[in-house]
Design a protein around this ligand. Sequence first.
Ligand code: ADP
Length: 248
Amino acid sequence: EARRETLLYLDGVNKSFDGFKAINNLSLVLVRGEMRAIIGPNGAGKTTMMDIITGKTKPDSGEVYFNGDVDLTRHDEAAIAGMGIGRKFQKPTVFEGHTVEDNLRLSLAGSRSIFTALVHRKDDGERAAIARILDTTRLSPKRRTLAADLSHGQKQWLEIGMLLAQDPELLLVDEPVAGMTDAETEETARLLREIAETRSVVVVEHDMHFVRELAVKVTCLHEGSVLSEGTLDHVSKDPRVIEVYLGR
Ligand code: ADP
């Protein structure tokens, strides 16, 4: 039963770079439908952990399973993306010269074969999917705006929308609110909470105000391992966490 509810399972994962242990006996369990915030000082291993989940980096040892029995260490990055694991990097990579709507259309088409993309070019399913994403990301009023003319926050939301077009079961998001205004940060928290109603989300984040807004379980990494895990209140009062943040 527990296994069926588990979407992502990391156990005893290790990864060294030139003898330096970036990931050290790391374990992490994400249940289906959960959103988790990952915090930790610079160099804690957050990016490497995301790289291991998405297949960009192969661990030296340990177990990484998706959806119960899919061994992610046996698959490459493209195959893992195709399994429904989407990743958003910090810097948005939208097509600046295209409108918001066309960016979503391109992403939607990219998630299918060229044949089905052509056949279904104008079907109602596509239109409905785009309308739904525009609604979720609150970008409907900007649908005909060139991506180049969006604000920094809107570009980030568009890129999240482009990932939603690929219909991921698990969305990995890297520091989504870096450089955002307070209002944009709040809006991003709302967006991710809405996404997490139907998908699982892992957010790597430094901004504790934003993590508080997300109101989710927090995992604090340090030296490649889990240092503390629980509510933000629990984690932020953990003496070990205080020490690594103050001791920097
Ligand atoms: P975080 O994202 O938490 O800041 P990283 O996962 O980027 O941490 O890095 C963890 C440690 O691993 C750091 O000390 C970093 O220098 C090292 N590291 C990460 N990737 C590489 C790499 N490709 N080659 C060498 N060292 C790396």
